[in-house]
Design a protein around this ligand. Structure first.
Ligand SMILES: Cc1cc2nc3c(=O)[nH]c(=O)nc-3n(C[C@H](O)[C@H](O)[C@H](O)COP(=O)(O)OP(=O)(O)OC[C@H]3O[C@@H](n4cnc5c(N)ncnc54)[C@H](O)[C@@H]3O)c2cc1C
Length: 375
């Protein structure tokens, strides 16, 4: 690492959010150093697994919708700049009992933000999307704008764009400590110490280790599985929407088959509490049986699973993100706790971080993500 150089900002962790931060900072003419402990991309954090759902009918909270509008615009800008297709629109459907809190949340988001959608009953869902076999009594809110992102390619596109705009990004180098004074921030690595005006910490599941300021984060093991459809035609991206299926006590999601891996079907949450070091990265029989059981009942016949990948969520107590200036120093800006639903926002989170570093405030309203809200 070129320690003699000075930087305006150092970004610790170049995964989903850090790569976007490097890109947006470099685009603003800021001298950026991004430091990543592994290669880019890699499979030990939260941004791997070939696909991530993107949607606007946000059951979690309608306040995310304006950010989503901006996220879509920025993904499209990145595609235009990089010449690479990153976002695929397939439509998306949230399925569940009408009285389920998440289905009510979807309806609230589409109503408040006038999102284009249709409400379908179970028979109509089965007719239109034969890959899905919901039980009678549920409804589906079909959203035309939903689809999936290619996460590894998004990370690589942000990194390539950041480098084009002058950022320096170092891989295979772990930040072992950070410190801040009234005048600067310092980052220690095996290659020496480097300083800058500001620090952006986007360390994902390692956030508590990099910035030990007592943020209440819980790292949760998750498994991604791919199945081979018996009838490939009905599981393709032109025929099947991305879906989330809310059962009474758990939920599953799926992404259509767009390559030889097949259709992705996974459980959302319900995983063990772990650390990124202790997490069991081997997919177990229980992991497979759980999702296979769901698939047998609620989707058309599939074989497998074949491929499986373990990943981690970093959850906050309210499952809303943490984005903002840290309480310990105005020089330290943090983005973490994405609670299993952050990837689709990476583009806009990068822009917000770029603004927070350069102007101290974000154009989008990110007040609900304040670092200090947990006391
Ligand atoms: C299985 C799974 C499915 C998901 N599905 C969806 C979905 O469909 N839609 C959606 O929007 N979101 C989804 N998410 C959530 C989303 O992927 C995450 O919120 C997002 O990827 C988090 O990005 P991050 O930058 O915080 O973490 P990461 O991408 O893990 O980046 C953190 C980086 O920091 C680096 N780092 C840490 N410590 C150090 C250090 N000391 N020195 C140097 N580098 C360091 C790490 O190596 C890592 O590369 C899913 C997550 C998982 C796990």
């Amino acid at each position: 690492m070129p320690a003699a150089k000075t930087y305006d900002v150092i970004v610790v962790g170049v995964g989903g959010m850090g790569s976007a931060a490097c890109y947006h900072l470099a685009r603003r003419g800021v001298r950026v150093l991004g430091i990543e402990q592994f290669e880019i991309p890699h499979e030990r954090g939260s941004s791997h697994g070939h696909s991530r759902v993107i949607r606007k009918a946000y059951f979690e909270d309608p306040r995310y919708v304006p950010l989503l509008h901006r996220a879509y615009e920025l993904w499209r800008e990145l595609e235009a700049e990089s010449g690479e297709k990153l976002l695929h629109i397939t439509g998306g459907i949230n399925i569940g009992p009408p009285e389920h809190a998440c289905i009510r949340g979807v309806r609230e988001s589409v109503r408040l933000h006038q999102l284009s959608h249709e409400v379908l009953d179970a028979a109509e869902i089965r007719r239109r999307f034969p890959a899905l076999r919901p039980g009678d009594g549920v409804i589906g809110i079909h959203e035309m704008d939903a689809g999936y992102l290619l996460p590894e390619r998004c990370v690589m596109s942000h990194v390539a764009g950041a480098r084009r705009h002058g950022a320096e990004i170092v891989t295979g180098l772990r930040v072992s400590a950070i410190e801040w004074t009234a005048g600067e921030v310092r980052v220690a690595t095996a290659d020496g110490t480097v300083s800058a005006e500001k620090l952006v910490v986007t360390a994902g599941a390692w956030l508590p280790a990099v910035l030990p300021i007592g943020l209440p984060l819980r790292v949760e093991r998750q498994v991604q599985l791919w199945f081979q459809p018996r009838d490939g035609a009905i599981f393709g991206a032109g025929r099947m929407p991305v879906f989330i299926y809310f059962l009474a006590d758990r939920s599953y999601y799926g992404i259509p088959a767009f390559d030889e891996r097949g259709v992705k079907i996974c459980r959302h949450h319900g995983g063990a509490t772990v650390t990124p070091e202790s997490v069991d990265r081997v997919v177990s029989r229980a992991d497979k049986d759980d999702v296979r059981g769901f698939a047998r009942t609620y989707v058309a016949p599939v074989d497998g699973p074949g491929e499986g990948k373990v990943c981690v969520y970093t959850n906050t107590p309210d499952e809303n993100f943490i984005i903002g200036v840290s309480p310990v120093s105005e020089r330290v800006i943090v983005a973490g706790g994405f609670s299993g639903h952050g990837f689709k926002f990476a583009s806009v989170v990068g822009e917000v971080l770029g603004e927070l570093v350069t102007t101290g405030r974000a154009t989008m309203d990110v007040g609900m993500f304040s670092v200090g809200r947990f006391g």
